[in-house]
Every structure is written in structure tokens, then in C-alpha cells.
Design a protein around this ligand. Structure first.
Ligand SMILES: Cc1ncc(C[n+]2csc(CCOP(=O)(O)OP(=O)(O)O)c2C)c(N)n1
Ligand SMILES: [Mg+2]
Length: 321
């Protein structure tokens, strides 16, 4: 487990660093919301899940997808708006889904995934399929009505949901202390949801908290809330590379970099293994980048295809990509 946690963090880190290069090169037109610095959260939580379990993500979701087992080449192709992407370029970086990996949805609508998670968990509990549903969201989501409605139903009906708040200290440029009354765990406790705040930089700490919450959900014990205290090293979105916003101190960023999740886990892995993993990831990412960049972009005339779950096509006779 130690090695695989390191591998996942390293994969997310290097995947996003290469993605930022592709944003700069004009290959990812939307830009991205990098999760660099926060990788231990996705890594630790998804390590506690079974492949059939389901996650819902946010606008900052690449790490969640990779940790849940999505194919990195198809994720990058999606971000780059290519037809080989996990959603044939309909989801992009902000709104991808990958049903084959149990990623039902990533929504840029802050806080709404928490309500959708309650609905999926209700369906899952009714079907008795034993699945656990994880909803990832940021500190900016915790005062959204939809999120609190989701908490209420999940608690009332004892649904198998694990709510994971990635408290990275900011919602865009707004510091959490200026935006959130009370505490994040207090919101869960108000509904009787077992709630904990943990060190989100250490994947083993996150994994332990997630494993406890997943076991509770799977055994019919209802929802949990885990607040993971973490930090993003990069801007809210890559537009900050140009915008140069000034809302946090370099010393604050440097202090969080002292507790880099990749370094924390690297120190637990033997040097030879680490070198092998690093080399494998670079080789994999060379292929991933090549695959994404060399894939074709969709034809604008197909824009309305793939909108319906039934497969209904607005134009007949279009070949699948
Ligand atoms: C309902 C809603 N309100 C506002 C926005 C604009 N918006 C996009 S990201 C964001 C900040 C979200 O902060 P947080 O939840 O802490 O996530 P982080 O970006 O820190 O990962 C905001 C306000 C939105 N997408 N949806
Ligand atoms: Mg935030």
C-alpha cells in the first residue's frame, strides 16, 4: 500500500505538471484547475474504495479521476477536447464523468455534487448493491444550500455516503476564515453525521479516516464527513499564470510546500522502488501526452450528439468516434 500511495500521488503530480505545459502550448483551451499540493486527499480516499464504488468530483477533479482508476490517456484527451476522451470531448477538464471507473460526475456547480451523491446513495441502498458513494467538494461548497440538503437526506435515511471536504483554505481568492461561519465539521455534526478533521497532506492519515468512513457506510451505518486540511500550490485556475492575482503570501505557500504530500509518502518508500516508479510514470506520461495530442478534435457538426442516455442522436448516421 505504501508504494501504491506514492505511485498515485506521483502520477497525479506529474500528470498535472504536464497538463499545465499543454495549457501553455494551447492544447488545452479551457485551462485547468490544478490540484497540485492536494493529491493525498484523492489518493488516500480512493485507496479505501472498491472498483465498483462511486465518486462525484468537482471542478478540481483530475486527481480524483486518476486515483479512481480512469485511463490517464483518455482523461488527458478529454481535457484537450479530443474525440478519444472519456466523454468524447463533451465534459472537458471541468465536467468529466467516467462510468467505467465509477466516476459518475464532476460538476463545476459548487456544492451540488453532495446532493447528487445522496440521490445515488439512495438508489444504491434501495438496490442493495453494497456500493459506497464519495462526494468530493471544497471549502467553498460548505455553505451551499444543495450541500446541506444532501447532508440532511443522507443522515435522515442513513445513506452510504462519505462526504470529503478538501479544505485548501481558499474559494478562488476568498480565504476560508472570511467565508465560513462556525466549522466545517460542525455542519456535519448538526445533522448527526460523524465528522472528523484530518491532515490532508498525509495520504496514510487520509486513508485511515476514509477506511473508517467507508466501513461505516458499507455496513449500513450511514454517512460520514471528513474535512481534509490541505493546500493548492498553484493558482485557482491556470488563468492565474497571466492574471497574477495577489491574495496569498509567498511565505504561506512555502510553509505548505514543507509538508508536500509527495515528499511525505516518498520518505516511506525505498529509494530503488521510488526510482522505478518515477521512471515508469514518465514513460507512461510520454505515451499519454502523445495519445492525447495526436487524437483528432471533434467535428463541430457533431456537437449535439451523445446528449441522451438512451443513445438518441439528433442527427442520424454519424459514426461513433
Ligand atoms: C454554485 C456556484 N457558485 C459559484 C461558482 C464559481 N466558482 C467556481 S470555483 C469556485 C470556488 C470554489 O472553491 P472551493 O469549493 O473551495 O474549491 P477549490 O476551488 O478551492 O478547489 C467558485 C466560487 C460556481 N462554479 N458554482
Ligand atoms: Mg477551496
Amino acid at each position: 500500500m505504501r508504494d501504491s500511495l506514492y505511485r498515485t500521488i506521483r502520477l497525479i503530480r506529474r500528470f498535472e505538471e504536464r497538463s499545465i505545459d499543454l495549457v501553455k502550448a494551447g492544447e488545452i483551451g479551457s485551462g485547468i484547475h490544478p490540484c497540485i499540493g492536494q493529491e493525498a486527499v484523492a489518493t488516500g480516499v480512493c485507496a479505501a474504495l472498491d472498483p465498483d464504488d462511486i465518486i462525484l468530483s468537482s471542478h478540481r477533479g483530475h486527481g480524483h479521476l486518476l486515483a479512481k482508476g480512469s485511463d490517464p490517456g483518455r482523461v488527458l484527451a478529454e481535457m484537450a477536447g479530443r474525440v478519444t476522451g472519456i466523454d468524447k470531448a463533451r465534459g472537458g477538464s471541468f465536467h468529466p464523468s467516467d462510468l467505467s471507473a465509477g466516476v459518475y460526475n464532476a460538476t463545476g456547480t459548487v456544492g451540488h455534487g453532495a446532493a447528487i451523491a445522496a440521490g445515488i446513495a439512495w438508489a444504491s441502498a434501495k438496490a442493495g448493491d453494497g456500493k459506497v458513494i464519495v462526494s468530493f467538494f471544497g471549502d467553498g461548497a460548505v455553505s451551499q444550500g444543495a450541500l446541506l440538503e444532501g447532508f440532511n437526506l443522507a443522515a435522515l435515511w442513513q445513506l452510504p455516503v462519505v462526504y470529503v471536504c478538501e479544505n485548501n483554505g481558499y474559494a478562488t481568492t476568498l480565504p476560508v476564515e472570511t467565508a465560513v461561519a462556525g466549522t466545517i465539521t460542525g455542519r456535519g455534526e448538526a445533522f448527526g453525521i460523524p465528522s472528523r478533521s484530518v491532515d490532508g497532506q498525509d495520504p496514510e492519515v487520509v486513508l485511515a479516516a476514509a477506511a473508517e468512513a467507508v466501513a461505516r457506510a458499507r455496513s449500513g451505518g450511514g454517512p460520514s464527513l471528513i474535512e481534509c486540511r490541505t493546500y493548492r500550490y498553484h493558482g485557482h485556475h491556470t488563468f492565474e499564470l497571466k492574471a497574477r492575482l495577489k491574495y496569498r503570501d509567498e511565505t504561506e505557500i512555502a510553509a505548505w510546500r514543507e509538508r508536500d504530500p509527495m515528499d511525505i509518502q516518498a520518505a516511506r518508500v525505498d529509494a530503488g522502488t521510488r526510482e522505478r516508479i518515477d521512471a515508469e510514470i514518465e514513460e507512461l506520461l510520454d505515451d499519454v501526452v502523445r495519445f492525447a495530442v495526436d487524437s483528432p478534435r471533434p467535428d463541430a457538426v457533431d456537437a449535439q450528439d451523445y446528449q441522451y442516455a438512451t443513445g438518441l442522436r439528433t442527427r442520424a448516421g454519424v459514426a461513433d468516434a
